[in-house]
Design a binder for this molecule. Structure first.
Ligand code: ADP
Ligand code: MG
Length: 477
């Protein structure tokens, strides 16, 4: 039997607001436990939540970025359940009328274009956290996270492999960080996915029973968890069993998923509109204001970089994978001194390799866009060769400075003076008569021997095109 995998993701993105969704408490990460949980966050009697406008604005931004409908009228509902990290007994979320409906995420994978439709995105508050390791023999509860604003983004079951699910999650991560609604820090839990996974016989029109794997906070775990879960389900089905719909947890240490609880239905949560909160009304004017503040989106820029500057799809993808990288590239293109295409090559090549090596991100890059432009311009006007440019790059990286001064001070200027090149070639030919004879006997490869020698004696500084011309002319005799 051939099986088809079906995956839908629910992603919780923590919104980058300074205060919580219904109170003024700080959302900063890493504070002493329970120092950032106010009476409102834990719903003590008599308090009233007040909606954070910034959180709604984040949702609007997201809706605009993914081509969704912004619901002009949305409501907050109470989702009732008890868990130690939710002592108030309900989570404020959105049920019937989410703030964002529809839209899609586009990405490419193995040179193929994909689209995953979104069902909805709704605002909700986060719960607290259980601390299992801090207190020996007991579990602590830290309510600092209670009330932190989340946008839960729900996809349609459009993905057909773990690889596709990871590509979708990466594209989504790129968008929410790009538009600045989420810091994207997965280790701190700012972006976490629940994966709904089922399998069905290839050709089947109906979906199989799914399991939901909770709280995957890295792309690797997301991939591993799905791969394991698919295997598990196929094995059960092939042995004549059936899948029980349930919520499972992924254990990275054992690389397996384990049953956590049987799946609850919406009914079990007894959703009802929160009587303490008014419906949210979003008007045209607000949407337009948000629209005006939106940065150009990565896909749009990617296309522009390809058509306007002749970048390869690969380079354009790489550059637009991160907003800061794109900003750096745009700074490079602001100057007419150097071609955008060669600048892009240097950015995705030398610069990114050096950043990787030194574990820095582009914002910490010691070489400023202006320096890189100057360097590329000196390659293009043949002051230095591409090879020597790497030496200059190293100096700029280590010590900083001005490109022309570095070239001058270290005597790295390319030799384009033909009489100087001719002199070197004459000397080499005189001291290597055998090779000259070989060349004249038809062994073209010997040219490389002379190029190597000439570059060696000149410290790599000869203009390569000129050197080639002179060599060909003189060797031909
Ligand atoms: P709930 O809110 O109870 O988790 P939903 O019906 O809203 O359930 O679906 C949640 C997620 O599960 C969505 O991302 C959806 O695409 C996905 N999903 C639904 N059915 C399946 C299925 N049979 N296989 C895989 N994913 C599914
Ligand atoms: Mg769910």
């Amino acid at each position: 039997m051939q099986w088809e995998v079906v995956i839908g993701l629910e992603t919780h993105t923590q919104l980058a607001t300074r205060s919580k969704i219904f109170s003024g408490s700080s959302t900063a990460f890493g504070a002493e436990p329970n120092t950032q949980a106010s009476a409102i966050d834990i719903a003590l009697p008599g308090v009233l939540p007040v909606l954070n406008k910034q959180a709604v604005e984040c949702a609007i931004r997201f809706g605009l970025a993914v081509g969704a409908d912004i619901n002009r009228y949305s409501i907050f509902a109470r989702k009732n359940y008890f868990y130690p990290d939710l002592p108030k007994g309900y989570q404020i979320s959105q049920y019937e009328e989410p703030v964002v409906k529809g839209g899609a995420i586009h990405f490419s994978l193995n040179e193929q274009d994909y689209q995953v439709r979104l069902t909805r995105a709704h605002l909700e508050e986060d719960a607290g956290k259980s601390l299992h390791e801090e207190i020996p023999g007991a579990t602590g509860i830290d309510l600092n996270r209670a009330g932190t604003p989340l946008l839960e983004i729900v996809s349609e079951p459009d993905m057909r492999s773990a690889e596709e699910a990871v590509a979708y999650a990466k594209a989504l991560h790129q968008i929410v960080t790009w538009i600045g609604i989420c810091d994207g820090n997965m280790q701190e839990g700012s972006f976490r996915c629940d994966a709904n996974v089922s399998v069905r016989p290839v050709g089947s029109k109906t979906f199989g029973t799914r399991c939901e794997i909770k709280n995957l906070n890295s792309f690797r775990f997301l991939e591993r968890a799905i791969l394991f879960e698919v295997e598990r389900q196929i094995e059960i089905l092939e042995n004549g069993g059936s899948i029980v719909q349930e919520t499972r947890l992924y254990d990275p240490d054992r690389d397996e998923t384990r049953s956590m609880r049987s799946k609850e239905d919406a009914m079990d949560y007894r959703y009802f509109p929160d009587p303490d909160l008014l419906p949210v009304v979003i008007d045209e004017q607000w949407i337009n204001e948000v629209k005006e503040k939106m940065p150009p989106l990565p896909l749009v820029l990617k296309e522009r970089f390809i058509t306007e500057y002749g970048l390869t799809e690969y380079d354009a993808n790489l550059i637009t994978s991160e907003r800061a990288l794109t900003d750096y590239f745009i700074a490079l293109t602001q100057s007419a001194k150097a071609s955008a295409k060669l600048c892009a090559n240097w950015l995705t090549g030398e610069v990114m390799a050096a950043l990787n090596r030194t574990q820095l991100n582009i914002k910490e890059c010691p070489i400023q866009p202006q320096q890189l432009v100057d360097l590329v311009a000196r390659i293009e006007d043949q002051t230095i060769s591409g090879k020597i440019a790497k030496t200059v790059f190293e100096v700029l990286w280590q010590e900083g400075g001005d490109v022309d001064s570095v070239i001058e001070a270290r005597g790295l200027k390319q030799v384009s003076d033909s009489s100087a090149i001719e002199k070197i070639v004459d000397e080499l030919m005189a001291s290597n008569p055998d090779q000259v004879a070989e060349f004249r006997a038809g062994k073209d490869k010997v040219l490389g021997f002379f190029v190597g020698k000439a570059m060696k004696v000149s410290g790599g500084k000869l203009n390569p095109t000129q050197l080639n011309d002179v060599l060909r002319k003189k060797l031909a005799g």
